[in-house]
Design a protein around this ligand. Structure first.
Ligand code: NAI
Length: 378
């Protein structure tokens, strides 16, 4: 099949959906790959490297003839306008974002896979783009927090006096939170963490951090079968807030990563709690694109309040463009066999496979994912 790799146009996006390494493998499987001019430059993969790996380079990536289009982010209207009907499209489609593009994908009869919906089963781990990107985001959140913090992370005993270790509190212990704990520990901070899913208690302890949460009956039931958090009751949130209020006031860095798929992010750090931190403290909000875990955070803007710095990052993986692209491109490469004819090289999604069924957003002119399909079809 003919595969097009597009250049991202979203502001600040540095990632690309293929790397010279994955292009080489895809070409080796008998497909042709056309990369849009300059698509990999921001991820340290110049056109010459793609060419050497066997790709063609062209100004429009041959999108009009492509059987499968690979991107990191949603398609633009212009891209959709030139794609042929029944082509495949794989990207992080932000399915719960603005509906217009999602509807346009379906109207154009594109077979669209949302990488966010790859099911979290062991067979699909190598395709799990949410995890590959969240892991890097968790690492980078700590690095960004450390850069904003005007003090050191590790304890240092010097002839001129002792520098205290930074206290870092991670709120939300999913993939990003776990990596943030590990990174902050490696930098020498004293780390604590909280989550509403009981399974995280042991994970936090195994990374050498302290677990802080109200562990009542609701907490014990707070995980869905898919491993995601459930929205918590107002009562639970109030109890948990009372517990963490005292804790936050003593922290130097708070990193929030709490998300509930398809819903606004829960508020975990109120304005009063933020103000209780000492001057020079830092809050890094990774949930800002979903409304934020702190009402003060603004997308990609540094807010300062009484000496406390609050930074909301909408796209931390793009700050590690080369690594984030490398992992995302490998996620797509792992998915490719499920999009290819069983006995050939044509584009033919395996509709009976639970991974394709889970990730397929639009097919043959209709939105087919259960969260979006009309009730009767779902
Ligand atoms: P996420 O990005 O949806 O959310 C981040 C974290 O925020 C979660 O741990 C969630 O419990 C927490 N959270 C939500 N509301 C909260 C609140 N009010 N207070 C505190 N914390 C709150 O989560 P992510 O990183 O996508 O992971 C979700 C689950 O999927 C985890 O159980 C993870 O271990 C699991 N997973 C399974 C995989 C597999 O089996 N292949 C691969 C990757 C993740």
């Amino acid at each position: 099949m003919r595969i097009a790799v597009l250049k991202e146009s979203a502001p600040g996006e540095t990632r690309v959906a293929a790397t010279p390494e994955t292009v080489k493998k895809i070409v080796g499987l008998g497909h042709s790959v056309t990369v849009q001019t300059g698509a990999g430059v921001a991820a340290s993969a110049p056109d010459a490297q793609f060419k050497a790996a066997g790709a063609e380079i062209s100004a429009d990536a041959g999108i009009g003839d492509a059987d499968l289009v690979l991107k990191v982010r949603r398609p633009t209207e212009a891209e959709l306008g030139v794609m042929k009907a029944s082509a495949g499209f794989c990207a992080l489609l932000e399915p719960y974002g603005d509906r217009a593009i999602i509807d346009a994908l379906a109207a154009k009869k594109i077979d669209a896979l949302a990488m966010e919906f790859i099911p979290r089963i062991s067979r699909a781990q190598s395709m799990d783009a949410l995890s590959s990107q969240a892991n890097l985001a968790g690492y980078r959140a700590v690095i960004e927090g450390a850069a904003l913090y005007g003090r050191a992370f590790p304890m240092m005993m010097t002839a001129a006096g002792t520098v205290a270790a930074a206290k870092v509190f991670i709120m939300g212990v999913g993939v990003a939170g776990l990596q943030a704990i590990a990174t902050a520990r490696r930098l020498g901070a004293v780390v604590s963490a909280t989550d509403v899913r009981p399974a995280t208690k042991e994970q936090v302890a195994s990374l050498g951090a302290k677990f802080v949460a109200v562990e009542d009956e609701e907490f014990k039931q707070a995980e869905t079968a898919a491993g995601y958090a459930k929205p918590m009751s107002a009562e639970y949130q109030a109890k948990q807030a009372a517990l963490v209020t005292e804790h936050i006031a003593k922290q130097d860095i708070v990193i929030t990563t709490a998300l509930i798929p398809g819903r606004a992010a829960p508020v975990l750090v109120t304005e009063a709690q933020a103000k209780s931190m000492r001057p020079g403290s830092v809050i890094v909000d990774l949930a800002v694109a979903q409304g934020g875990n702190c009402p003060l955070s603004k997308p990609d803007e540094l807010v300062e309040l009484g000496g406390v710095k609050i930074m909301g990052f909408t796209n931390l993986p793009a700050r590690l463009g080369a690594d984030a692209s490398s992992l995302y491109a490998k996620n797509l490469l792992a998915l490719l066999p499920l999009l290819t004819e069983k006995d050939g090289k044509g584009f033919a999604p395996h509709w009976d496979d639970e991974i394709i069924q889970g990730a397929m957003l639009a097919r043959g002119g209709a939105l087919v994912h259960p969260h979006f399909a009309p009730k009767s079809a779902a």
